[in-house]
Ligand binder design. Structure first.
Ligand code: ADP
Length: 418
């Protein structure tokens, strides 16, 4: 071969190596990387076969991975244990040095059992260590050079392949670890959700009994006993709200596909929310005013879930507004193809630094131990999840402590056609 031909051939192999590098690094399955690596090794080095010997990270035992002889392109590899002492791969890995053998049968280190188990006859072998940083993780071997002896550049090409494969393998292993950690987290999360769902469901039945008997007692008892019954009933009602919060935890991370959308009139929605909260508003003696657009609108929403979000905000407005002189306003306005539902109060207000954080689950402005208001810190997180599943936005505004708060829900809308 002329020098020019040799140069051209060298260039062609280098181009092929770049291609192989891209293929190896775009794969995240370890077996796939190894089969692609062995394929590339046999074609580039003109060898009959190739094998990878990997060192187990825990036991440090070696495993010879080979393509089954009957299906050269299968992705399922045969794994055969190889001794660290008394094998060529063991020597490459221990000494971190390449080995070039044109006649394996003359080398006492050749591990003949691997041939027997894979059904392959090894004649010549070129092997290099596979390194990740300064760790030798295995060896890559080209087996049985077709025709002649191993060529001058073969070792150089094999070393490039081995280093590219080592990086691809490490990436794939890291992704697998990450995937496993993610799966474990998802399992834990499911366990937690199941526990909360079961616990909240089981708590509801005895609470119903407590509330029933406390109501009878309150009606029938007189004097101090009636006050005691009222105290039991009030506490039971608070507990019912907490259990409802727990039950609604399932709406955190709500997906769009979990919505049961239907056309709902805005006026009807606000009316329902008013009906749900009127008794607590009246009990606290707050004033409620509602401002609606002249023309009603149809919203394409999940009625029950949107109502839950609006109620959570309305209930907060009641809860965080001291009596007397509490004023709560629900103002609905339209802008292009959005409707804004603004719920304002003249209550305790929210410090600027907390305006975003209050939408996180379990976040409360007041310290948990000293807080005067009940609640688990879930209402706004659930409201945000519901609104965002609808493709809407929710945010809070406040001029600071004691300056009241406004919560704004923005939803897509279209004018009602009738
Ligand atoms: P919870 O009401 O159970 O504490 P939320 O998620 O509904 O949980 O609210 C989180 C926190 O946001 C509340 O603890 C409170 O500190 C603050 N917050 C919510 N609504 C108001 C409001 N209208 N006025 C003042 N602070 C509010």
């Amino acid at each position: 071969m002329s020098t020019l031909d040799a140069h051209e051939q060298h260039l062609a192999v280098l181009n092929r190596l770049v291609e192989v590098s891209l293929v190896l690094n775009s794969s995240l399955s370890i077996d796939r990387i190894l089969t692609q690596l062995m394929d590339a090794t046999t074609t580039i080095l003109e060898a009959e076969s190739a094998s990878v010997i990997l060192r187990d990270v825990n036991t440090h035992e070696l495993h010879f991975l080979a393509m089954p002889t009957n299906s050269a392109h299968s992705e399922k590899l045969v794994r055969i244990p190889v001794p660290m002492e008394g094998s060529i791969a063991g020597s490459i890995i221990r000494e971190s040095k390449p080995i070039v053998l044109n006649d394996v049968t003359q080398d006492p280190r050749h591990y003949r059992d691997a041939d027997a188990k894979s059904g392959f006859q090894t004649r010549s072998l070129l092997g290099v260590p596979m390194r990740i940083k300064d760790r030798v993780v295995g060896a890559l071997e080209a087996v049985n050079k077709i025709g002649d002896h191993w060529a001058e550049n073969d070792q150089f090409y094999l070393e490039i392949l081995a280093s590219q494969a080592a990086i691809a393998l490490e990436n794939a292993q890291l992704v697998q670890k990450l995937q496993k950690a993610n799966d474990e987290l998802a399992q834990l999360d499911k366990l937690k959700s199941d526990f909360i769902a079961i616990a909240s469901h089981e708590l509801r039945t005895p609470l119903g009994v407590i509330m029933g008997y406390a109501s009878f007692l309150k009606e029938e008892a007189k004097g101090e006993l009636s006050d005691h019954a009222t105290a039991v009933l009030n506490s039971a009602l608070r507990m019912r709200d907490l259990i409802a919060d727990m039950t609604n935890l399932r709406f955190l991370n709500l997906g769009e596909s979990e919505l049961m959308r239907e056309a709902v009139s805005l006026a009807q929605l606000i009316d329902l929310a008013k009906g749900d909260t009127l008794s607590v508003i009246d009990t606290k003696g707050h004033q409620l005013s509602i401002e609606m657009p002249d023309e009603d609108l149809a919203l394409d929403v999940d009625r029950a879930k949107i109502l839950l979000a609006i109620n959570n905000i309305l209930n907060n407005a009641v809860k965080f507004t001291p009596t007397p002189f509490g004023k709560i306003t629900v103002r609905c306005t339209t802008r292009t193809d959005e409707v804004w539902i603004q719920i304002s109060d003249n209550g305790v207000g929210i410090p600027q630094k907390d305006l975003d954080d209050i939408f996180k689950a379990f976040y409360q402005v007041e310290d948990h131990m000293t807080r005067r208001h009940g609640g688990m810190g879930l209402g706004l997180a659930i409201a945000k999840s519901v609104i965002e599943a609808h493709g809407g936005r929710i945010w809070a505004e406040s001029d600071g402590p004691d300056k009241g708060s406004t919560f704004i829900i923005s939803l897509n809308c279209s004018k009602q056609e009738n």
